[in-house]
Ligand binder design. Sequence first.
Ligand code: SDX
Length: 424
Amino acid sequence: MSAATGKKAVLELDGKKIELPIYSGTLGPDVIDVKDVLASGHFTFDPGFMATASCESKITFIDGDKGVLLHRGYPIAQLATQASYLETCYLLLSGELPTAEQKTDFENKVRNHTMVHDQVSRFFNGFRRDAHPMAVMCGVVGALSAFYHNGFDVENVDHREITAVRLVAKIPTLAAWTYKYTIGQPFVYPRNDLSYAENFLYMMFATPADRDYKVNPILAKAMDRIFTLHADHEQNASTSTVRLAGSTGANPYACIAAGIAALWGPAHGGANEAVLKMLDEIGSVENVAPFMEKVKTKEVKLMGFGHRVYKNFDPRAKVMKETCDEVLSALGINDPQLALAMELERIALSDPYFIERKLYPNVDFYSGIILKAIGIPTEMFTVIFALARTVGWISHWLEMHSGAYKIGRPRQLYTGETQRDIKR
Ligand code: SDX
């Protein structure tokens, strides 16, 4: 529980003083509890939640000024280079890194839930083959709620915990099947002899005609690290969506589908796809300068740059860039888009327009270049993000349901018509 500091903020309104309690966390800014403002007949006003802490959480801490990202206290660079994605999932879900025995047990649990009910495979047929993969994911993940609703009791901790395992286990299967559906290839079923990332890449790229398809271990390692770098990120737009949907007691699979919908936007998880499209549009280093002029006149945004919280380097972008260099050199790929991205970054980081606005590369700036090297098509980039973030979303859903919570119900500043009568 947050520490009540005994300190108070005093709000003076219409000659009256309202004392507002101040709480401290273990890291980060203190918070002012503003619920007593209501008694004064006022609402607080914070569109976009620029200065609003929506909840108390122990899962992830971000220091935007210092470029710090901790999952249950562990720095993201250590988790991305020293732990597997499933170990990070265990950490996010339980609060601690697993022992060797717990790791094996969790891996087996996940392995035993990678299949989906065969009826789910029929949902894909309702989509056109050229549907955007994120539209398909919203549909099929939401459809899981139909298979796990009767008998589900959100107040039952065992029901909540098996839901988390099912979602972590099944999301790669649905993501790979989404890709297969859009390219007209048959679904490839998960295998129990492969690691999490290997299994995903196997389901993505194996075909019935190529029974001996082998996943390149370099790509599997890069994929696993990319999953870890996207696993959770505090109260971002999609996680806040999952928490808000979950606060009504809604089915968790439907809540995760709501998170997928929120992530799809180009201002959020859709940015990785938008970065590659932007690099394609710019085409070559010679076109960077005129493009930057369009950014400054606000005709376009520099996708993959800027962040609501990070006003310094996004620590995930640093690891992503290192991984990019490793993977491309290991594969002997000389991708001109990497050179273009690095030139864009160099120019942006030395340009007053970006410096003044503290705009740095975020997690999405380099991820697309690695995903392309792994063979993932651009339209699937945000699906990869959704796959990896599912564990973050469900961790926050579990945390909310593990204690007292209220339904989220913000108010507004109404500036519409005052009451009037119909005149016929
Ligand atoms: C993710 O919240 C999370 O944690 C998200 C995420 C996660 O892991 O969940 O980290 C994942 O969503 C990363 C962000 C991916 N999005 C993009 O790369 C899209 C491009 N970035 C922007 O759209 C923007 O930076 C946001 C949406 C990320 C943040 O927007 P804010 O906090 O609302 O900032 P803002 O729009 O108020 O910008 C402040 C100024 C403005 O200029 P002025 O009005 O002061 O003149 O900076 C400018 C903006 O125009 N600006 C940019 C810019 N981002 C902000 N200008 C050019 N290019 C950009 N990318």
